[in-house]
Design a protein around this ligand. Structure first.
Ligand code: FCB
Length: 454
């Protein structure tokens, strides 16, 4: 059953999200420098279908068509990311005019279509020169992000009003540097924690640069997952408590309270606490990416111990368990809309007035769909998923949480990191052979939802 979408506040922002490496392609064009993802995807076995973002959705060339689709969809805003290495091919030094020109064209096309450009400065595609010098293990990378943010803000600030600094520092830290499932593919386990700090500092430096350029609508996009203990046994509660710190409060506490959860402090780089004033500079909104809760137990040799099909071999003080009893997406992620209400209400309780207005910067589901004999893509499960999650947001608003917008992940099918093109998250289907775009049934449904809110 599709939950009817309730009425949202009149100024609620309706949007869709994407990210540069997942859609742009054209990796050798426009003076773009190589990134951590170009190197990672070249490693045999790193990506399940052996693919890469080399062509992806060819958005670099087809952005006019994609903007036209968004105009048809009727979104207020489009969250995309800027590829750092198009602007600074080596991650430092002067701006590459051709790179800036691409985002000029995109931003102008969006404005022309009445869509507010909402760029994320950094969505995981670290310039390879910086990655090779230690990437986010190094404090210098945070300083470089600030310098890059200044260039972009200066250039686009006359037209871009809403900015997102970085995407999901937790995933880059844990899956990229901790578990080796994503770029750069390092398996540092808990020794990856300095990466989290440097990403947060990079965020703070980007905020400084954006403010210096006059930006008044600045936020971050953090992935959060309610952590559910596998049982009431003290070992499970302790393990879940620790996991919750790593996945959630390690990021939200420094950003919103200006302090790190006590247990992680010894794992941070020396002097990290001195950076807290920069990290906790006030934000205009806090972006939350939500997919599903996580069920956690004490270490357990029999636990699935899997993240999206990958074994976690690091020696960790917790185990991830299958969350049974819920429908699942084709990516095998449990569908738990009430987890989003729980998360939002929990944030409001924990952070009170320190929590700025919240924007859902990502939410969506993978369904392996494609055009049927009639040429249409019947993705009722995506409609049901989205309706249920919008309902969960409305429930949180009714409970007093100030949520100002919802960006569906994603506008179109795209390169889904370690699983390549095997999972489809789009409202628009992409035929990767022909680059034909086919709006799915969920596209028409979302268009009607947005129109009905007006
Ligand atoms: C998030 C990422 C986004 C996308 C979705 C499915 O973790 O930010 O790029 O891959 O998951």
């Amino acid at each position: 059953m599709t939950r009817p979408v309730p009425r949202f506040p009149a100024d609620f922002v309706w949007g869709v999200s994407t990210a540069s490496y997942q859609i742009e392609g054209a990796i050798h064009e426009g003076g773009r420098g190589p990134t951590s993802w170009d190197a990672f995807t070249a490693r045999p076995g790193a990506i399940v279908d052996g693919s890469s973002g080399e062509v992806a959705c060819d958005h670099y060339h087809r952005y006019p068509e994609d903007v036209a689709l968004m105009r048809e969809l009727g979104v207020d805003a489009y969250r995309f990311s800027i590829a750092w290495s198009r602007i600074q091919p080596d991650g430092r030094g002067p701006a590459n005019a051709e790179g800036l020109a691409f985002y000029d064209r995109l931003v102008d096309a969006l404005l022309e279509a009445g869509i507010a450009p909402t760029p994320t400065l950094f969505h995981w595609d670290t310039p390879l020169a910086l990655e090779d010098a230690g990437g986010w293990r190094e404090r210098d990378t945070a300083e470089r992000l600030g310098e890059y943010a200044a260039i972009v803000a200066e250039h686009l600030g006359d037209r871009v009003k809403r900015w997102i600094t970085i995407n999901e520092p937790v995933v880059l830290t844990m899956l990229g540097y901790g578990a080796g499932i994503q770029a750069p593919g390092l398996t540092l386990g808990l020794e990856a924690l300095p990466v989290a700090h440097h990403l947060l500092l990079g965020h703070g430096r980007a905020v400084e640069a954006l403010r210096a350029a006059g930006a008044v609508d600045v936020g971050i996009a953090c992935n959060h997952a309610p952590t559910w203990p596998a049982s009431d046994a003290p070992e499970d509660l302790a393990a879940a408590g620790f996991y919750d710190i790593l996945a959630n409060t390690l990021f939200s506490d420094p950003l919103l309270l200006g302090e790190y959860p006590e247990p992680v402090v010894p794992m941070l780089p020396p002097g990290a606490l001195d950076d807290l004033p920069v990290i906790s500079a006030p934000l205009d909104f806090y972006g939350i990416n939500y997919y599903n809760p996580t069920l956690v137990s004490a270490p357990d040799p029999d636990a699935a111990g899997l993240v999206d099909g990958h074994e976690l071999d690091a020696d960790l003080p917790f185990a991830l368990q299958e969350l049974e009893g819920y429908p699942r997406t084709d990516f095998d992620w449990p569908v738990v809309p009430e987890g989003l209400t729980e998360l939002l209400v929990g944030f409001r309780e924990r952070y009170g007035d320190r929590l700025p207005p919240v924007v859902i910067t990502e939410n969506g589901c993978a369904i392996i769909d494609g055009p049927g004999p009639d040429g249409a893509v019947h993705d009722q499960r995506r409609i049901d998923y989205t309706a249920a999650h919008l309902g969960a947001v409305a429930d949180a608003i009714a409970a007093g949480v100030d949520v100002r917008g919802y960006f569906h992940w994603s506008l179109m099918d795209n390169f889904e990191w370690a699983v390549g093109y095997t999972q489809r998250f789009g409202l628009v289907h992409i035929d990767y052979e022909t680059q034909k775009r086919t709006p799915k049934e969920s596209f028409a449904w979302y268009r009607d939802v947005i129109a009905a809110q007006r």
